[in-house]
Design a protein around this ligand. Structure first.
Ligand SMILES: [Zn+2]
Length: 187
């Protein structure tokens, strides 16, 4: 995978995880300024500041993306395909071939920054999701198993056995189950 593709996939994971039910305040995109910072950190160009409505639409897009992840296991392929195609079709894109010295050929997409932010992000998200599915398959696109956490992650472990988003939840889950076992031993 090229750096560009890795970046697109990472964006999908980061974007989905801007809402984290495990935290006291699950929403990390609370204000348009939060969104602006999130996008700037990921080098996404903006044509200027965006409106409150645009901001709310981006959050809705994020919720749609989370929904795809949360239902991936039970969804029919045709449903996933429909969702992704609806993201990809949000606005027309220009495709550009990019050839660098190490003979790395990439296809990049370009959308003018005059196009509404939510439409540009929809295409970017659809593309990232497609690449993630192509590279890893639905089985490796996971949601953390330690409720109430719902962080999404890509399981790159050898035997597809990773269940938690990270140490935080793995430890929490193990402690809770250890206590449960102790309780049932006493009964
Ligand atoms: Zn977690």
């Amino acid at each position: 995978m090229s750096h560009y593709e890795v970046h697109l996939i990472q964006f999908v994971v980061d974007f989905a995880n801007t809402f984290d039910p495990f935290l006291d305040e699950p929403e990390s995109l609370r204000t348009p300024a939060d969104l602006q910072e999130f996008l700037q950190q990921r080098h996404i160009e903006m044509s200027g500041s965006f409106t409150e409505i645009e901001f709310m639409r981006v959050r809705q897009l994020r919720n749609r993306l989370r929904d795809i992840f949360l239902r991936l296991e039970i969804s029919e392929p045709v449903e996933v395909q429909r969702e992704i195609n609806s993201l990809l079709g949000a606005t027309p894109v220009n495709l550009q071939a990019s050839i660098s010295k190490g003979e790395l050929i990439e296809v990049k997409y370009e959308i003018p920054t005059t196009v509404a932010l939510v439409e540009r992000l929809a295409v970017q998200t659809g593309l990232g999701l497609t690449l993630a599915l192509q590279q890893y398959g639905t089985e490796r696109l996971k949601v953390c198993a330690a409720a109430p956490c719902q962080e999404v992650f890509i399981d790159v472990s050898k035997n597809k056995s990773r269940r938690f988003c990270g140490e935080r939840c793995a430890n929490r889950y193990n402690v809770a189950h250890f206590r449960e076992r102790q309780r049932s031993d006493k009964d």
